[in-house]
Ligand binder design. Structure first.
Ligand code: UDX
Length: 432
């Protein structure tokens, strides 16, 4: 099938490349000349494991191309996917102006029946607005359908998540749209749930907010574990055996971040308030997450006593491993609080340092894990990159001025760290 993918961010580019991989002909459109320029040269504007290979392969096979023109993109298309940004405004609501602009441009260039798919994370009722906008500018009254198809892929594992999804959710109104969508997603061989458009939109917000709730829940449990000397990992394991609960997303840590959870939580709260159906529970989820970062900084303070004038080495800046994404990364807030208390920060991240440079100030970025430890008063782990688990702890011990590690992602066993002579504090477990 012919697909026009509008927006080449994490969702748009991965989805476009994966649809091409499935044998479709895809044109990825973006109004950012830098991104399109890079892609045409075969370079990726974002880091996502496996994406470059997929893009190169499908460009070579003639199934994937890039353009700055929506008119060109939809000329022969069966589908136009809207995967543009919906950034948060200061009140928590989503800024939908990119979605509106794209809808208008699609309408002005409609030539034949088109299924317009809303892929960006948007508040409930956005599909209705997209439909109204297209109807308004669709002067030749060409038939079209608007479909809500929320994306559940995770950064760092996005290609695999797309090609092997747990489920595909499609909110739609007509049989014609249903048949066309069925043909597109059929090859994925996963459950496809057809719903009305509003339910599909709510599924996305409700799922992300639920996962965020799980994390804040286990982080709250972790604080109780710390008070009584229990171990949150054992608690999570015990809870996780119950299939009604499940073990995933019960990793206690120094807080969740990224461009989805904080933003979607905020947006869901905003919508619920606007609709007069306050979702107060989500206020607590947000509060617990904010407090978790403060709690973590307090742990560092307890280990160092006075932070002022001390050098803190930070391992991991991206909001999670295997991504270069710094948006709403807990590292930003943690570093800000440490700097406020007078710490000198030196940091390392395997991939996200070019992006980190744009958002962090007065941070010395180092070339390696070991250079980050050299001369530091303590080492703080913020992101659980797999390579951090394999660090040579004996070497780290020699490089630090004091053998102190504060671990926000529970990478090591407290008993092992104690044996090695470290002062080691982690989340929801006894400090040694
Ligand atoms: C999330 C959803 O998982 C995905 O379905 C949706 O499409 C987009 O939002 P993503 O933001 O890529 O994906 O990352 P995810 O792996 O969900 O992690 C989000 C944050 O939660 C990270 O900061 C991570 O460190 C944190 N987290 C996750 C925890 O603190 N504990 C956990 O157990 C799981």
């Amino acid at each position: 099938m012919n697909i026009c993918m509008i927006g080449t961010g994490y969702v748009g580019l991965v989805t476009g490349a994966c649809f091409a991989e499935l044998g479709n002909k895809v044109i990825c459109v973006d109004n950012d000349p830098r991104k399109i320029g890079l892609l045409k040269k075969g370079e990726m504007p974002i880091y996502e494991p496996g994406l470059d290979v997929l893009v190169h392969k499908n460009v070579k096979a003639g199934r994937l191309s890039f353009s700055m023109s929506i008119a060109d993109g939809i000329k022969n298309a069966d589908f136009a996917f809207i995967a543009v940004g919906t950034p948060p405004r200061s009140d928590g609501s989503a800024d939908l102006s990119f979605v509106e602009n794209v809808s208008r441009e699609i309408a002005l260039n409609l030539k034949k029946y088109l299924v317009i798919v809303e892929k960006s994370t948007v508040p409930v009722e956005t599909c209705e607005w997209v439909k109204k906008t297209i109807t308004k500018f669709n002067r030749k009254k060409i038939p079209f359908d608007v479909v809500s198809n929320p994306e559940f892929l995770r950064e760092g594992t996005a290609v695999n998540d797309f090609l092997k999804p747990d489920r595909v959710i499609v909110g739609l109104e007509t049989d014609r749209a249903r048949k066309t969508v069925q043909k597109l997603y059929g090859p994925l061989k996963c459950p496809i749930l057809f719903t009305d458009t509003k339910s599909a939109e709510i599924i996305k917000h409700a799922s992300n907010s639920f996962l965020a709730t799980k994390i804040s829940y286990i982080n709250s449990v972790a604080r109780i574990c710390e008070k009584v000397g229990a171990n949150v990992e054992q608690v999570a394991e015990g809870m996780g055996f119950d299939p009604r609960i499940g073990r995933s997303f019960l990793n206690a840590g120094c807080g969740f971040g990224g461009f989805c959870f904080p933003k979607d939580l905020e947006a869901f709260l905003w919508i619920s308030k606007k609709l007069g159906a306050d979702f107060e529970m989500l206020e607590s989820v947000k509060k617990v997450n904010e407090e978790q970062m403060i709690h973590f900084v307090r742990k560092i303070e307890e280990s160092l006593w006075i932070i002022n004038g001390k050098t803190v080495g930070i391992l991991g800046l991206a909001f999670k491993p295997n991504t270069d994404d710094m948006r709403f990364a807990p590292s930003i807030e943690i570093i800000r609080m440490l700097q406020e208390r007078g710490a000198k920060i030196q940091a390392y991240d395997p991939i996200s340092m070019p992006n980190a440079k744009k958002v962090l100030q007065n941070v010395t970025l180092k070339d390696s894990i070991y250079e980050t430890a050299r001369g530091a008063d303590c080492l703080v782990i913020v992101t659980e990159w797999p390579e951090f688990r394999k660090i040579n702890l004996a070497k780290i011990k020699k490089l630090l001025t004091h053998p102190t590690i504060i671990d926000g992602r529970n990478l090591f066993k407290p008993e092992d760290m104690k044996k090695m002579g470290f002062h080691y504090a982690s989340i929801g477990r006894k400090s040694v």
